[in-house]
Write a protein that binds this ligand. Structure first.
Ligand SMILES: Cc1ncc(COP(=O)(O)O)c(C=O)c1O
Length: 419
């Protein structure tokens, strides 16, 4: 593989990963990047949907969108939600910002590691952030009872849980999250960030959205950019009782959502089956990719329910050096977690991708590992680590199908559960 020409110094600036656009501007002509850094859905939108977007691009860019309330009402109707319980904005990040400004008054508890804005945003506005450290020895699994005790000890007024959590991919069962919400009914606010929950196949109806809208102090967050594989559009929504959802919706500018967001909201109605298919394909890829990664000697693979997998590198490897090596020599862009609170550079978060891309990633990792000769390049029985990894994840879901799939009515079920 030809070198990409990327100047890896751009990866060493700032607290966040370099954007795809930063990277592509610094690449040699003709070089291409396989992105294991930004957690997108690789199977959605379908090529036909992209064609439709391209055909409409001129009008989408030329004209004002409808106002945010109309687009939000359409989203609510497509998802089977009560419109007064929904507020829609430019990505869940914008909603996190407004939750901080309007609903977090003095303190917020958050397990770490997690999505950086959940710690940085309230710190930037002078709030106290009570960080509850997740433990590597527990596989970063959040024990909700311990977390409630921590919240009581610290006197935190707001509590946040990310389910599925980023970067470890841990999933909490719906009944446990509901118990957690009930235990904290007296707080100013409980936020369940479900930005990655659609990628989970652990249970049929994982979301606590329907439970949030009938509680006085609970918000559930969703990121449409992640679900629909369209981060560039910047759209997401929250679900809460009408008083909370209305308070957020009221502060957002009238034409806050853009015409691309509007176009996609109207399109998804006709493409729900393809969306459900994309989630099943992603589940399948997650299992395959986890098994493949587990074959690399010395690498620890954490079971995940997200569209990414957390790994811990062999002790002699460096996450920063590996990331730079992969992007410069293999055109593979990865995320080392050294700049995440509660993590170190020994951890990498790798986005779930189709097998051909995973082969390229693993080739690159093995290439990098060749300089450390202390271990055999492959385990003796190459399938044994994959079997060990598979035994750590729950039973095979019954929804793994070939693509293209025959259509099912499952999406209607998911919508009904939300409604
Ligand atoms: C847990 C979590 N919530 C929210 C977000 C923000 O998502 P969006 O792109 O919708 O702003 C992220 C982004 O990585 C995330 O990891």
């Amino acid at each position: 593989m030809a070198r990409t020409g990327i100047d890896t110094s751009i990866l060493h600036k700032g607290a966040h990963s370099a954007s795809y656009f930063d990277l592509s501007r610094s690449m040699n002509d003709g070089a291409e990047i396989v992105d294991f850094c930004i957690p997108c859905n690789p199977y959605f939108p379908t090529p036909e949907m992209f064609d439709e977007l391209s055909r409409d691009l001129k009008n989408i860019l030329k004209y004002y969108p409808s106002d945010a309330a109309s687009i939000t009402n359409k989203l609510a109707s497509v998802l089977g939600l009560h419109p007064q319980t929904v507020a829609m904005a430019n990505g869940s990040t914008e909603l996190i910002t407004w939750i901080d400004h309007l609903l977090i008054k003095e303190s917020v508890a958050i397990p770490i590691p997690t999505f950086g804005r959940w710690t940085d945003q309230p710190l930037e506005t002078g709030k106290r952030v009570d960080m509850f450290p997740l433990q590597e020895r527990d596989g970063f699994r959040l024990n909700l009872e311990d977390y409630v005790r921590f919240i009581r000890d610290r006197g935190s007024r707001v509590a946040v849980v990310c389910n599925v959590n980023n970067p470890d991919g841990c999933y909490l069962a719906r009944r446990d999250v509901i118990r957690f919400m009930d235990a904290l009914g007296d707080l100013d606010l409980v936020v369940i960030d479900e930005s990655f929950i659609d990628f989970s196949d652990a249970e049929q109806y994982p979301s606590v959205g329907p439970d949030a809208v009938i509680r006085p102090n609970t918000v559930v967050l969703k990121s449409l950019g992640k679900n629909f594989g369209l981060h560039g559009i910047r759209f997401g929504y929250l679900m809460a009782n009408p008083a909370i959802a209305g308070k957020i919706a009221k502060v957002l500018p009238k034409w806050n959502l853009n015409s691309l967001a509007e176009k996609v909201v109207y399109m998804i109605e006709d493409h729900q089956d393809e969306y459900e298919d994309s989630l099943r394909l992603l589940s399948r890829d997650r299992r395959t990719m986890g098994g493949e990664l587990a074959r690399i000697p010395g690498l620890t693979v954490f079971p995940s329910q997200g569209n990414f997998i957390l790994v811990k590198l062999p002790t002699e490897w460096s996450g920063v050096a590996l990331r730079d090596y992969l992007v410069a020599n293999h055109g593979v862009y990865t995320r080392e977690c050294g700049n995440k609170l509660g993590m170190t550079s020994q951890f990498m978060r790798l986005v779930v991708r189709p097998t051909r891309d995973v082969d390229r990633l693993i080739d690159g990792m093995l290439d990098y590992g060749r300089q450390f000769r202390t271990r055999p390049l492959y385990e003796e029985d190459p399938l044994e680590p994959a079997r060990r990894w598979a035994s750590t994840v729950e039973d095979e879901p019954d929804n793994l199908i070939q693509y293209p799939a025959h259509r099912t009515t499952e999406y209607a079920g998911r919508r009904a559960a939300n409604g």
